[in-house]
Ligand binder design. Structure first.
Ligand SMILES: C[S@@+](CC[C@H](N)C(=O)[O-])C[C@H]1O[C@@H](n2cnc3c(N)ncnc32)[C@H](O)[C@@H]1O
Length: 216
């Protein structure tokens, strides 16, 4: 049985408002890459940290989608967007509970801009693997630590000690997420690095990105 939902924290309320205001920019920055990354998505799809449901419009029709979103402010937003797009949807709160109920059932697990803010990166990737069927795919698009530019890396690694963390709902921009995915026990990983253009300070700090897939 699902644990009772906790009320939203102040940080979650602030962040939900920020996310809702940034959907248009998100589409301008990522639409081309998401169209390519998500074109083969089908069957049972689990998305961790779907936020406002900004990815829902990129999925082919006919999927069954489960969003695992700990921020309760975003649950009605997700249900409404899925309804508008005619997507069969289920919104849940806790990843571990989803793993208990649906272990080995996912054709795809999807994460965009989430692995910077999960409390336990290795544990989350273990849960992603557990959700997938054998041969199922984890699709990811994430901002990551800058290995090439020491100034940006210093700023990324300092950010968690500033108000950044509160206003970004726990985002740690200095994580080596590519290394964590490589070490997570998938049978095959295809991880591409690129620099993502975008306006403003947040995009400047988070320019280095990865995208790709990992197969269970
Ligand atoms: C930066 S937002 C990204 C939202 C959306 N995926 C996007 O691409 O815009 C990070 C999201 O991850 C969620 N999140 C944080 N910790 C999580 C966890 N342990 N499991 C699942 N989602 C999590 C947050 O509530 C938030 O909605």
């Amino acid at each position: 049985m699902a644990a009772p939902m906790k009320p939203a924290t102040l940080s979650q309320k602030v962040f939900a408002r920020f996310l809702r205001g940034s959907d248009d920019l998100n589409h301008r920055m990522y639409a081309a890459r998401k169209n390519a990354l998500f074109k083969e998505v089908h069957g049972r799809v689990f998305e961790i940290g779907p936020g406002t449901g900004v990815n829902l419009g990129y999925y082919p029709s006919g999927i069954h989608w489960t969003g695992i979103e700990p921020n309760p402010v975003l649950h009605p937003v997700l249900r409404e967007k899925a309804r508008e797009l005619n997507i069969a949807a289920d919104v849940r709160t806790v990843l571990d509970e989803a793993v208990r109920e649906d272990k080995g059932r996912a054709d795809f697990v999807i994460s965009t801009m989430v692995l910077c803010s999960v409390n336990d990166l290795a544990g989350t990737l273990r849960s992603v693997r557990d959700l997938l069927k054998p041969g199922g795919r984890f699709l990811f698009l994430e901002h990551v630590v800058d290995h090439a530019n020491p100034v940006r890396r210093f700023i990324q690694r300092s950010a968690p000690y500033t108000p950044w963390r509160f206003f970004s709902d726990g985002c740690d921009p200095g994580r080596d997420i590519a290394a964590a995915i490589a070490a997570a026990g998938f049978t095959h990983v295809d991880c591409r690095h690129y620099l993502q253009a975008g306006p403003g300070l947040i995009a400047m700090v988070n320019r280095p990105h990865i995208y790709g897939h990992a197969v269970k």
